[in-house]
Unconditional design. Structure first.
Length: 40
């Protein structure tokens, strides 16, 4: 079933994108904390 395999790859891609977005948000938050600390 190629459709099933495609949906599995899609969900795996969504999970990977979710992790990447979470990591990006975390590093972005740390950067804003650093810049705000420098600003004050």
């Amino acid at each position: 079933m190629p459709l099933n395999r495609r949906s599995q790859q899609f969900s795996a891609g969504i999970r990977y994108y979710d992790k990447a977005r979470l990591a990006m948000g975390f590093t972005g938050h740390a950067e804003t904390l650093q810049t705000s600390a420098k600003g004050h």
